[in-house]
Ligand binder design. Structure first.
Ligand code: LMR
Length: 337
């Protein structure tokens, strides 16, 4: 049995055990229902603001009955640990990058295919369509019920030296999220990919343990990567977005009025987040330029085309594991503007 299959089995076992009464988080009569919601980014990011808004609206809707505890900036745990903790029922809610579910499903790899989605509007069309909606329940048996998708934004590359052409990436150590598609993407441009938790990136850039990374303007600005990274290239080559998920056993055991009420709150917050994320990323780019600490390189159409060509083999490599239907649905949504 390979490592991935073993990991999936472990999650299924954990999800099953937590369903048998092991720490589902369901309170006794008068206790408030506690929803622990850790995440790894700063409070001012799209996800950080949405998590705080969820806390505010959920508690206002169910005063004294629901107590949401948001832990930003990896204060409680990193994303990897939060996947396990949710399946175990130790926490009740997450919004983890779709890329980081790679060890549990290949379906979300579609979101990591480089240059598939030209912009957030294209991702939105895919996520709102029937194929995208089905993805929300892909991982129920592993202990994750998806309630919605939240965007962060489009990714861009940053490095210690200017990245204009794919050859500029040759031999550089790139931090990536825990995704095999992202690993193949960096290998395709001649880089050396390093899977690393988000909370370790700043220091790794500072000490030179890594040379480069990819992320959204909002993450780059709020985590101050620009202090230790002199060059960014506007590439829009990929997407960072989140599965907002709860432990299905915990959720299905909630009193019905609370469950449906909280689902409405999540839907409202998701609408808000997905609209705001674009403005927050635009403002973060303005802030980065204004900081005067880093250079933002605009690439010509020819330069961007060279990056696109360099990473195109990744599509063939992952076509079978993702599945043609999923890729076709995403491409149709991407082309349909
Ligand atoms: C990353 O690890 O780069 C992102 O997943 C962080 C986040 O949650 O946006």
């Amino acid at each position: 049995m390979d490592r991935r299959a073993l990991k999936v089995l472990t999650f299924v076992a954990i999800a099953w055990l937590s369903g048998c009464g092991g720490g589902s988080g369901t309170p006794s009569a008068d206790d408030p229902i506690v929803i622990k919601f850790p995440h790894v980014v700063a409070p001012g990011t799209p996800k950080g603001q949405a998590a705080a808004r969820f806390e505010e609206l959920a508690e206002a809707r169910f005063p004294g009955r629901v107590d949401v505890e948001v832990y930003p900036s990896a204060q409680l745990m990193n994303d990897d640990d939060s996947l396990e903790a949710l399946a175990f029922g130790e926490i009740q809610m997450i919004a983890v990058s779709l890329s980081k579910f790679d060890r549990l499903t290949h379906a979300f790899q579609v979101f990591d295919l480089p240059f598939l989605f030209p912009d957030i509007a294209a991702v939105e069309r895919f996520q709102r369509g029937p194929t995208g909606r089905q993805l929300l329940s892909t991982l129920v048996d592993e202990g994750f019920l998806g309630l919605g998708f939240w965007h962060n934004g489009m990714k861009h590359f940053g490095a210690g030296s200017p990245l204009r052409h794919p050859q500029d990436a040759d031999g550089l150590k790139f931090r990536i999220m825990e995704s095999d598609v992202l690993q193949a993407q960096i290998e395709a441009i001649g880089g050396n990919p390093q899977k690393m938790a988000y909370g370790e990136v700043y220091q790794a850039l500072q000490t030179g343990a890594i040379d480069a990374q990819e992320n959204t303007w909002s993450n780059i600005y709020s985590s101050k990567f620009y202090e230790v990274q002199p060059y960014f290239s506007v590439t829009n080559h990929g997407y960072v977005g989140y599965l907002v998920a709860v432990n299905p056993t915990f959720w299905n055991n909630l009193p019905e009025d609370v469950r449906t009420g909280l689902e409405e709150v999540v839907a409202e917050v998701s609408e808000w987040e997905n609209a705001e994320s674009i403005a927050i990323n635009e403002q973060s780019l303005v802030n980065l330029r204004d900081s005067g600490r880093t250079t933002i390189l605009e690439l010509s159409d020819e330069e961007l085309a060279a990056w696109q060509t360099a990473v195109s083999p990744v599509w063939d490599e992952f076509a079978d594991s993702i599945g043609a239907d999923l890729i076709d649905a995403a491409r149709r949504a991407a082309d349909d503007d």
